[in-house]
Design a protein around this ligand. Structure first.
Ligand code: NAG
Ligand code: NAG
Length: 499
């Protein structure tokens, strides 16, 4: 049956059945849940999909899906203290992302199933990879397509020739900045990426894929298309070349029934419930004891019940109105009519879930895009921000009471939802359409910007600027010479007259 489909694929321009490899190695739930719906849907549509993932689904109903498990065990050691990621400055946090990413790649690459895939010489029609994970993806095929679970870093724009104006379209890592800082960041980031990260990742790749591979940076630049998870509410609009396509709300799923105990708790809390979760990367158990104590005191004084995703069995000094669970079905909880407010770290996925379910927010942002996401939420009147560095019982309690008590916040969330969901197709359908488009058009080279293949000096017209500067200097000197000659001539004329 499958081979008949493949035969049709070979004979007709329509994509019936392609062999697709997904490279999604980052061990973080909030990234994986964005990619999963895409690879599931591709396999349901009859493509033969193989994915490299640390969090396999093991779903036997997905008969066209092969999962290559690169999980690192329950407690994969970080190369450095994860608290740096939360409390460090921009440089330290970026360094953490880079070192952690490379560290995990080094742990995953020697795994047997991955080694088998590397040794096997079985090319795929398309390689979809988590951008920007620095694997030698060329090993597995010649067409690549990147997907980012959040915005993208400056080098990703460079690889497709997308303009990066430091003031019009500042980077997602910058929540508040001056124009000068943004310009400096743009330079500094590129030096870090091109002179440190890329060469290091290239050395690692060579160790595992063999030395006869092209430079990793050149492989990345041959990407056909980049899908970026940009939410039309949270992210400022920006100009994009045609092969950067914005998608959003990928992980929003159909409502499922709540577990009975949670349902009973929510149903019986007629005074209202505050849902508290700091997501999957910033665990509530990372909080310092002082901050945790302030949060517990604030929650204990609320006139509402609180449902807290707390990642350990015991919460010290748990107030009677607080119920904790290690894991909670967040989307379905936010859909319950008794939820009054959502206290969140401000990850993009959590915000999309809150907007979809019309729940106003209190943000305690920590990392990457979270501060800028929450800033935007506050600007749009959808919630309040409480900084973890200066969090006190009063501040948190006040923010929650304000957001849960004033219907204006919910109304603003509803307005944003109206904009967010008004799309020609769902995020998953859009992603799958573009993936099939790239296969149908053999890489869709017609979408590629000329800027992507220009050198640095051509792109910034440095040669033209230098030429104009030289012309200016020559002109200046010429005019200066003429003036001085003329002066001398006039002076000598005067002398002649006087004489
Ligand atoms: C698997 O792929 C075939 C075509 O190759 C398709 O007809 C079928 O619906 C797919 N099944 C599932 C469960 O994804
Ligand atoms: C990039 O693509 C071009 C054109 O298809 C090809 O000639 C070149 O070898 C590729 N470069 C790398 C590093 O894969």
């Amino acid at each position: 049956m499958i081979s008949i489909f493949c035969l049709i694929f070979v004979l007709s321009p329509a994509v019936q059945c392609a062999k697709i490899l997904g490279v999604f190695p980052f061990p973080s739930v909030s990234h994986q849940i964005v990619f999963r719906p895409i690879w599931k849907e591709l396999s349901r549509r009859g493509h033969q999909v193989t994915v490299i993932t640390p969090m396999p689904l093991h779903d036997s109903s997905l008969v066209n899906l092969t999962e290559i498990d690169v999980s690192l065990g329950k407690d994969a050691p970080f190369p450095m203290d994860p608290w740096i990621f939360v409390t460090g400055n921009t440089w330290e946090r970026l360094n953490f992302i880079v070192e952690t990413g490379l560290h995990f790649i080094q742990l995953q690459l020697p795994k047997q199933p991955l080694q088998d895939l590397i040794k096997e010489d079985k090319p795929f029609d398309l390689v979809i990879f988590q951008h920007s994970f620095l694997y030698n993806i060329k090993k597995w095929g010649i067409l690549f397509l990147g997907i980012s679970s959040l915005g993208v870093f400056p080098h990703s724009h460079d690889s497709l020739g997308n303009p990066t104006h430091p003031v019009v379209s500042p980077d997602m890592m910058l929540a508040s900045f001056s124009r000068f800082q943004s310009l400096l960041y743009n330079f500094w980031y590129r030096m870090l990426y091109y002179w440190y990260i890329l060469p290091k990742a290239d050395r690692i790749a060579r160790k595992h894929f063999g030395d006869d591979m092209p430079y990793l940076g050149d492989i990345e630049r041959n990407m056909s298309l980049l899908l970026v998870n940009n939410n039309p509410i949270i992210h400022a609009v920006r100009p994009n070349v045609p092969n950067i396509v914005e998608i959003s709300q990928l992980h929003i799923s159909e409502k499922k029934p709540l577990p009975q105990d949670i349902k009973d708790y929510l149903d019986s809390s007629t005074q209202g419930v505050v849902y508290f979760s700091l997501g999957s990367n910033v665990k509530s158990t990372y909080l310092s004891v002082e901050v945790r104590q302030e949060i517990i005191k604030a929650l204990g004084e609320l006139p509402y019940n609180v449902l807290w995703k707390w990642e350990s069995d015991h919460l010290p000094d748990r107030p009677p109105n607080v119920l904790t669970r290690k894991w909670l079905p967040q989307q379905d909880i936010l859909g319950h009519p008794n939820i009054k407010a959502f206290v969140t770290q401000g990850g993009l996925q959590s915000i999309e879930e809150a907007i979809t379910n019309e729940v106003p927010l209190v943000g305690i942002p920590f990392i990457t895009d979270q501060p800028s996401n929450i800033k935007r939420i506050v600007e749009l009147g959808m919630g309040q921000m409480v900084e973890h560095q200066t969090l006190t019982k009063e501040k948190l309690k006040e923010a929650i009471l304000e957001v849960a008590g004033d219907p204006e916040y919910k109304e603003n969330v509803r307005k944003s939802k109206f904009i967010m969901v008004d799309q020609p197709m769902t995020g998953v359908d859009k992603a799958v359409w573009w993936i099939e488009y790239v296969i149908r058009h053999n890489g869709a080279k017609h979408l590629r910007s000329q800027g992507a293949d220009m050198s640095f000096y051509e792109y910034f017209m440095i040669d033209v600027a230098l030429f104009l500067l030289a012309c200016f200097i020559a002109m200046y000197r010429l005019v200066a010479k003429i003036i001085s000659k003329a002066k001398r001539f006039i002076n000598s004329n005067k002398k002649v007259k006087r004489n």
